[in-house]
Design a protein around this ligand. Structure first.
Ligand code: ASP
Length: 439
């Protein structure tokens, strides 16, 4: 049995947290590959080491003095090293880092040092080997992640290695310079390692007990989801649920490896299992609810539009020419609506309106702004009758007017549009009907 265990920044923010991590790793000898993030926040208004590194590097690039800033970063690590009673000195590493910062080795190099140093500390504490991610995570000349080359190189290097710490978040370009993924990218590294070693499970340890049914800022203490498919998770993340880096799904998905989201502060909780597919029935009819505010609907009306072949294409082409991506296109006999992100649309609205007039000569164009979209996602909906009915009656009871409805034939999700100000009430009503009351 092989487990890849990735630990997020809050799981490694202090010596106390590192001890919890070590206990978790030692509890199961299958946890042979460990991917750390940089130390995160210890309390709510603390600064992540990654952000400290960016600030320090920006100061160096602006020609400012950075000794004090570097010293603060060093203290974060020293506090951990002392708290763990380790005989490890990062003195030389910091000399090199300071030197590279002054020579402006790049922001990616700067940010990557958070994971690099934390990997060294964790490897020393666990008595695991340390493998620099720059040797095994490859980017191409254009800076895109080279998945196949990485998989080959990583698989080869890890073939005869057991018990190893590989820092998350970065790799190297063909010329050897350090390149990072986007923020939160240690999740991707964990997934890449899991694919390369063909792990039985990719554990992603964080500070919540799994993916929650909905946003805890909207519903107090929502329940965690026990099992979710990659596709369901993708729908929920797209609509705003923040769980893992979006791209972290792809490497493990290629090998059908499940991801288990776990809580470092509550290791007794089973967390959420993310799988390719499952026979396990979801606990509730719906798996999760997520949503986003800030959409705008462009309603186009034209009599007999249904007889005009190519009408939809011509409309969408106007959006394409204005470089605006669309989210949904509900349509009627004489109406066609395009839903877009308001922030993208605002500055181009007049150009879109005149473009539409030229392209399809509509009878009228109406705009409706400040709309929110809510996705109700669940593989269980396909086999259940009346899900949409329940959603609509819950919203009617909550006095929420539905502006738009969209359900794809996959029946994996139902998307509804409501006014921005009804967003919270709508999510609570849907959560209550399916989870709290379980009607
Ligand atoms: N430390 C990086 C960040 O703060 C990467 C990560 O934690 O995954 O974004």
């Amino acid at each position: 049995m092989k487990i890849v265990a990735k630990f997020g920044g809050s799981s490694l923010a202090s010596a106390g947290q590192m001890k919890k991590v070590a206990d978790i790793i030692h509890e199961d000898e299958a946890r042979r590959y460990v991917i750390p993030s940089a130390p995160g926040r210890r309390f709510s208004d603390d600064t992540k080491v990654t952000d400290m590194l960016y600030q320090c590097y920006d100061a160096a690039a602006a020609g400012e003095e950075i000794d004090e800033k570097l010293q603060q970063i060093k203290s974060r690590y020293q506090e951990i090293i002392d708290g763990l009673a380790l005989e490890l000195s990062l003195e030389e590493e910091f000399d090199v880092i300071g030197d590279y910062f002054k020579r402006q080795a790049g922001r990616d190099y700067a940010a990557s040092r958070g994971e690099y140093l934390n990997g060294m500390v964790l490897a020393a504490y666990l008595d695991y080997k340390f493998l620099d991610a720059a040797e095994v995570v490859m980017f191409d000349e254009k800076g895109s992640f080279d998945s196949e080359k990485t998989n080959e190189v990583m698989r080869e290097r890890l073939k005869n290695m057991e018990n190893v710490v590989i820092p998350g978040f970065y790799g190297a370009m063909p010329d050897g310079s350090v390149k990072t993924f986007s923020r939160g990218g240690s999740d991707i590294t964990g997934s890449i390692v899991a694919r390369a070693v063909r792990a039985d499970v990719y554990e992603n340890w964080t500070d919540v007990s799994g993916v929650l049914v909905t946003d805890p800022h909207v519903v107090a203490n929502p329940e965690p989801i026990e099992t979710i498919t990659y596709r369901e998770l993708r729908e929920l993340s797209y609509m705003g649920a923040t769980v893992m880096h979006e791209e972290a799904i792809f490497p493990v998905r290629q090998e059908g490896i499940p991801i288990n989201i776990r809580n470092t502060n509550r290791p007794q909780d089973k967390g959420t299992l993310i799988v390719e597919s499952t026979c396990r029935q979801p606990k509730y009819i719906i798996t999760g609810i997520a949503g986003k505010k800030g959409f705008c609907a462009i309603n186009i009306e034209k009599e007999m539009m249904n007889t005009e072949i190519g009408f939809g294409r011509k409309v969408l082409q106007v959006f394409e020419e204005n470089d605006i991506s669309f989210e949904h296109t509900p349509s009627g006999i004489d109406t066609f609506t395009v839903l877009v992100h308001q922030s993208e649309f605002m500055e181009k609205e007049q150009s879109v309106i005149s473009g539409l007039h030229r392209a399809v000569s509509p009878d009228s164009i109406d705009l409706e702004s400040n709309l929110a979209l809510i996705a109700i996602v669940g593989r269980g909906m396909k086999a259940t009758k009346g899900t949409a009915g329940r959603i609509f009656s819950a919203l009617a009871h909550a006095n929420v007017n539905i502006k738009m409805i969209d359900q794809g034939s996959s029946e994996l999700n139902i998307i509804i549009g409501v006014r921005n100000e009804d967003f919270d009430a709508a999510i609570r009503a849907i959560y209550d009907i399916f989870v709290t009351i379980q009607l």
